[in-house]
Design a protein around this ligand. Structure first.
Ligand SMILES: *Cc1c(COP(=O)(O)O)cnc(C)c1O
Length: 374
């Protein structure tokens, strides 16, 4: 009998989120609302649809493995050299390439926890140790929801090749600010690569939350991870990228690239999206307006919600998390529970968010009604 490596056998099986069409059918409603995966609710940008249609006739050929046009467009957009850019099949694949490129067995990857779920998995697959540094309260007496940069620094030792700082953090939405992040970057040993995962950068409104691309300049051991999946609306096409101060970092990531894994359609769509940045910014501004409204609506109901710099909110429900998520699903709303910790809710359209708020009110009322009399 064949057997996978023990590290792989021990990995949890992938559990996809509920499909809204299936859920709607199951509970007999017309439509379920999916607020689980942090996509934007807008349809693809018109220029993206056009670019995909125009490129469809080329799909008998392999894609450009070097993604030359996209790489040049990204370099221009961010004011870096093309040699500082590495594209990948979604930012998650770039994360995996980073681990493959920098982690020998026995080395470690340090990151906050709870943070992006991929980090521990890619460490396991690379045979590296995953070092989780607990989040700390961002507000006095509040829930642990914010990066502990001193803790990350203390956890990094001579075996540490990679440190991920997810800013804003998925799933809590909190962000670390310029002064503390600069202090942290200045203290990290030169042999350790710090990757600022900025998948949600486009939704940041706090001027004190730094742009990683600016912080990266002059720091050879810093790189920035971005994606077209969230603000840019291309989650279904899979394009992410790394910008590195040191071209050798980008080159190492390019060397571990699975050949042709960024498709012709994805490359063309990403180029078209970049050229539509004004429209993307308007969409992000609308998401931010809705984020503010949803945050206020939840706080009015006595819910503790951290200030989010991303396109999702974090409800630290603790032990009530799983039951609340199940009760919301029964009311046709799909969210993302982290059992025992909290619920991540994507900012949707105002209509979708109203369905969510109503369902959440109903869950609470039902709980109260069903509570045993005292
Ligand atoms: C969504 C997300 C990504 C990017 O995912 P891709 O779709 O693979 O580009 C990266 N990091 C974080 C923290 C995310 O939430």
């Amino acid at each position: 009998m064949v057997s996978a490596r023990p590290a792989v056998a021990a990995l949890p099986a992938y559990r996809p989120g509920r499909n809204p069409a299936d859920l709607a059918r199951e509970i007999g409603v017309e439509r379920a609302v999916k607020l689980a995966s942090n996509e934007v609710a807008f349809p693809p940008l018109p220029a993206v649809v056009q670019a995909i249609a125009a490129t469809a006739g080329e799909t008998n050929r392999y894609p450009d493995n070097g993604a030359t046009v996209l790489t040049a467009a990204l370099a221009e957009r961010y004011g870096v050299e093309p040699a500082q850019v590495a594209t990948g099949c979604g930012a998650v694949t770039v994360c995996q390439q980073l681990a493959q490129a920098f982690n020998d067995p026995g080395t470690s990857i340090v990151f906050a926890w709870r943070s992006f779920e991929m980090y521990p998995l890619l460490a396991e697959v690379a045979g590296a140790r995953a070092v989780r540094v607990p989040l700390v309260p961002g507000t006095p007496g509040g829930p642990a929801d914010t990066h502990d940069l001193d803790g990350l620094l203390a956890a990094a030792d001579e075996t540490t090749r990679l440190v991920f700082v997810c800013n804003p953090n998925n799933p809590t939405g909190t962000a670390v600010r310029r002064a503390e992040l600069e202090r942290f970057l200045d203290a990290v040993p030169a042999e350790t690569l710090v990757v600022l995962d900025e998948a949600y950068r486009e939704f940041v409104t706090d001027p004190e939350v730094p742009d990683g691309v600016e912080l990266m300049r002059g720091r050879a051991n810093v790189a920035v991870l971005r994606t077209f999946s969230k603000a840019w609306g291309l989650a279904g096409l899979r394009v992410g990228y790394l910008l590195a101060e040191d071209p050798a970092v980008a080159e190492a990531v390019r060397k571990t690239h699975v050949p042709f894994s960024v498709s012709t359609l994805a490359q063309a769509a990403a180029v078209a999206a970049l050229a539509s940045e004004d429209e993307v910014r308007e969409r992000c501004a609308a998401v931010v307006v809705e984020r503010t409204r949803l945050t206020a609506a939840l706080r009015e109901r006595g819910r503790a919600v951290a200030d989010s710099q991303a396109n999702f909110l974090w409800l630290p429900l603790g032990e009530a998390t799983a039951a609340t998520a199940a009760a919301l699903e029964a009311r046709a709303v799909i969210t993302r529970p982290f059992a025992g910790e909290g619920l991540r809710v994507t900012v949707g359209t105002p209509e979708e968010d109203d369905v969510f708020i109503t369902a959440l009110d109903d869950v609470r009322d039902t709980e109260l009604t069903n509570a045993p009399a005292v």
